[in-house]
Each structure stands twice: as structure tokens, then as C-alpha cells.
Design a protein around this ligand. Structure first.
Ligand SMILES: [Fe+2]
Ligand SMILES: [Fe+2]
Length: 466
């Protein structure tokens, strides 16, 4: 190996990680990705802004400055005329600050700008919550990973494409922080900051909603020692840098405080325009995975299940969308699969041999999740985890596997399609984002590649049209 090559590999942490025995083989013989990749070394920048928790009358701006600086936010409903100002305050280097802009008018576009002694941001815009009958767009990505299988320039092009889609908000389906894959917490902490840089290119204008992924440290694997839990650490880090919804007058969700982490900000729901949005967490309440063999150990837990049921039954929205990293069950110990595996375990109620296992494993629960979704006319389930684009249909529900935003691969479909059990539907490779345009009669879904070409599109009719 020539020296320049070795130096490059060392700078990416690749040689060191291989030396740590971090190269276990997975099914199919490929090596596990290395997490300490060049993607985490983002360009220096003075600050970044992430929007979250948009409601009819407020939005949260999370401001992170990389030097001590005095600053404020200016905002208003007219571009170039930002006549409302927050109180000037000190922003400490590396200390994210949450500023809630309120009261705002509902169904209104606002413009804002961060003004500081060391320079100003561009002027950005966001939209407060829409009432029924008001069309809007939102975007989705999944599994950005930031490992050495991710190409930062492709990820950035995808996020720029998502911004160009002019979404009211952006939903990320997890495997975003990958804290359980990092060699230590110092290394893991870097990825939260790197994601501020990448999301900061879209989510300064489109509030971000995070969905938990299995590698984000908040799964049973990360729970570990109660006194030093990776799951608690990962939860605190996520909430420090990214404001996810907490139950209030606009959002519902997990209102139970974890003894160490407080409100988990893990599952939640809201209505926007004619659509009900429901984000689920299959990790915090799953039991230890008993040798990774029994997929009945994967669960939403009774509280989340009852909340999901109540949320679905109370919603009169024309579209009901579910967001989850992977189904609760899956094909194997990695929880792979889409519509083909929906009949199994807690999601569909069957054992893999086709016999009914729901009454035995979930006594007292009225129905498996999929049946609950069918009964309540859910429009679509958006899931990630399998790193490809797959549009499938089952019992009137779209099952949409969302592709990666930053994986090279020239759009080719990998062998994981067969390995992960995908047989039916439209199946394409990564990378890109999904753009969804919701009106009162239909939702148009487009798969937009990182080069901005549209690879596939389809329409979901409103519940009344089914
Ligand atoms: Fe993933
Ligand atoms: Fe995953």
C-alpha cells in the first residue's frame, strides 16, 4: 500500500476500524460498513439552523453557533420585511439554543433570518400548519447512515433536491446518527453535528421530523447498563440538537417520562391539511431480543399501540400516513422486508409458518397493526431500513420502502432485494428523496433521484375515493 493511500485510509478511520475487528461478515459475505467515515468531517461553518415542531401558531428554531456570538432572529410575513425581532441574546459556542417563534398566524408563510455580530444567515421561509382543504408538499428520506457507503456530495444533492421540492416539512426515517456503530461516544457525537450540517441545508426552511432507526442507539441493543445507557445518551443527544414533537395542543404522542431521559420524543402524531401523520417507534418498548430469534419480542408496547388505535379512530383526515423505520416483526433477525412480511408477528398477527399467533402473543389486543390500519383506511406506510425504493400494495394500503439519500450505486438495484424478501411492486435502487404533494382528492408521490430526475410516480386517492 502506498503512503498517500494509507494516510487517506487512516484519516477516514478505515484501517483503525479494521484493526479493531470491526469487519464482521454479514449474510451474503459483505463487510459491515465502517462508521467513522469522511462524511462526518463536514466543512467548518459559523452556525446552522434547524426548524422543528411546526404548529398553527409556532415553530421552534434550534440555533447552533460554533463561536460565542450575540444574535437574534428577525421574522415576518413579507419577504425582505422582517419587522418582528426576538430579544438579542448570547449564543455560546457549541451550545444549541431553542427559540420558539410565537404567536404566528395559521396557514401563513413566514420569512426569517438569523442576525449575529459575526454575520447573518440568508433569509429563509417556512409555513405554519394548514387547515383541511389547503394543498401542500412534504418530503421523506431514509437511512442516510454517513458510513463509508455514503457519498457526501450525493447526500447533499439529494437534500438540495428536497429543498427544491418546497416542502412544508421533511421526514427522516432513521439510521441517521448510527451511535451504536461508532467505536466510542466522542466519535458518535460527531455524527449529530455532521447531520446538523446536512439537514441544515434543507431544514432551515422545512421543519424536520425524526423517526428512530435501529442503529440510532435507542434500540434494545443500546439500552445496556441503566447507569450508563447508550440509549439514554443517544436520546439526550438527539433531543439536544434536533427538536422533535412533544405532546401539546397540536401534537399527541408519548407523554410518559423515562426516568433518566424524560420525554422520549419518539412517537407522535399531528394533522396537516387533509393528512394525518403518525410516527411510530418499534425500539424503546421492544424486549431484549432473546438471541435475536423471536420476532414476537419486537413491539410497540401496549401504551403506543393503544395510542395508535385511538389516534386512527379519532382522525377524520382524508389521508392517514404511517412512518416507521421497519415493520414490527419482519422476515429475519434483521427485521427485513416490506409487504411480503406484513402478515407476520405483531404487524400482521401470524407466525412465520402461517398459523395465527396474535392471541397467544398479544392477549387482549383487539387486532394486529396491519388489520388496525386497514380497518381505519390508512393510505400508506412509509418505512426505511432496507436501502431501496419499493412501492407495494397490500389490502388497499401502499407499503413504500424509502431509498437512501446518499448511497452511490448508479441507481442499480442491489442483491438485497431478494435477500430481504422483496418480490412484488416497483423496485428501484437508491439514491434520492420522495416528494409528496397532498391535496384533498389525491396525494402524488414522486421518487426524485439525487440528479433531480423523476424515476417513478404514482397517485394515492383520498380515503373517500377508495
Ligand atoms: Fe439502514
Ligand atoms: Fe435500519
Amino acid at each position: 500500500m502506498k503512503w498517500p493511500t494509507l494516510i487517506l485510509l487512516l484519516s477516514c478511520g478505515i484501517v483503525a476500524a479494521q484493526g479493531d475487528g470491526n469487519t464482521e461478515r454479514r449474510k451474503g459475505g459483505s463487510k459491515q460498513p465502517i462508521q467513522t467515515s469522511k462524511c462526518n468531517d463536514v466543512p467548518a461553518h459559523p452556525f446552522d439552523l434547524i426548524l422543528g415542531r411546526p404548529t398553527a401558531k409556532s415553530v421552534t428554531v434550534n440555533v447552533l453557533c460554533y463561536e460565542d456570538v450575540e444574535g437574534l432572529l428577525a421574522y415576518g410575513t413579507e419577504a425582505g420585511k422582517l419587522d418582528i425581532r426576538t430579544v438579542k441574546r448570547q449564543f455560546k459556542k457549541g451550545e444549541p439554543a431553542e427559540i420558539v417563534l410565537t404567536p404566528l398566524k395559521p396557514n401563513t408563510e413566514y420569512h426569517y433570518q438569523f442576525l449575529s455580530a459575526r454575520g447573518h444567515s440568508d433569509e429563509f421561509a417556512f409555513h405554519t400548519a394548514r387547515p383541511p382543504g389547503s394543498p401542500f408538499t412534504f418530503t421523506i428520506t431514509a437511512d442516510s447512515h454517513l458510513d463509508e457507503h455514503t457519498e457526501p456530495s450525493i447526500y447533499q444533492r439529494t437534500m438540495a433536491g428536497a429543498l427544491a421540492s418546497k416542502p412544508d416539512f421533511h421526514i427522516d426515517l432513521g439510521d441517521t446518527f448510527m451511535s451504536e456503530k461508532h467505536p466510542d461516544r466522542e466519535s458518535a457525537a460527531k455524527q449529530y453535528l455532521a447531520q446538523r450540517f446536512y439537514f441544515g441545508q434543507t431544514c432551515q426552511s422545512a421543519p424536520l421530523f425524526l423517526v428512530l432507526g435501529n442503529h440510532d442507539g435507542e434500540s434494545p441493543r443500546g439500552r445496556g447498563d441503566a447507569t450508563d445507557s447508550l440509549a439514554v445518551w443517544s436520546n439526550m443527544m438527539r433531543k439536544r440538537y434536533f427538536p422533535n414533537p412533544v405532546p401539546d395542543a397540536f401534537f399527541t404522542g408519548n407523554s410518559n417520562k423515562h426516568p433518566e431521559a424524560g420525554l422520549l420524543q419518539d412517537y407522535y402524531a399531528w394533522q396537516w391539511g387533509d393528512a394525518q401523520f403518525i410516527v411510530l417507534d418499534p425500539f424503546w418498548f421492544s424486549q431484549q431480543q432473546r438471541g435475536h430469534k423471536d420476532n414476537w419480542s419486537r413491539t410497540l408496547g401496549n401504551n403506543q399501540y393503544q395510542w395508535l388505535k385511538a389516534t386512527l379512530e379519532a382522525s377524520k383526515a382524508k389521508f392517514k400516513f404511517i412512518f416507521i423505520h421497519h415493520l414490527v416483526g419482519g422476515a429475519d433477525n434483521q427485521c427485513r422486508g416490506g409487504a411480503e412480511v406484513a402478515p407476520w408477528y405483531e404487524w400482521g398477527g401470524k407466525n412465520p409458518d402461517g398459523t395465527d399467533g396474535f392471541a397467544e402473543h398479544r392477549p387482549g389486543w383487539p387486532a394486529p397493526i396491519h388489520q388496525l390500519l386497514v380497518r381505519n383506511k390508512v393510505s400508506a406506510v412509509f418505512h426505511g431500513h432496507d436501502h431501496l425504493y419499493a412501492k407495494q400494495d397490500l389490502d388497499g394500503i401502499v407499503y413504500q420502502e424509502v431509498p437512501q439519500p446518499g448511497a452511490p450505486g448508479n441507481g442499480n438495484v442491489s442483491r438485497s432485494v431478494a435477500e430481504y424478501g422483496y418480490k412484488d411492486g416497483v423496485i428501484l435502487g437508491s439514491s434520492g428523496h420522495l416528494r409528496l404533494a397532498v391535496s384533498s382528492t389525491q396525494t402524488k408521490v414522486e421518487y426524485i433521484r439525487s440528479d433531480q430526475t423523476v424515476s417513478h410516480e404514482y397517485v394515492i386517492p383520498s380515503a373517500g375515493g377508495k
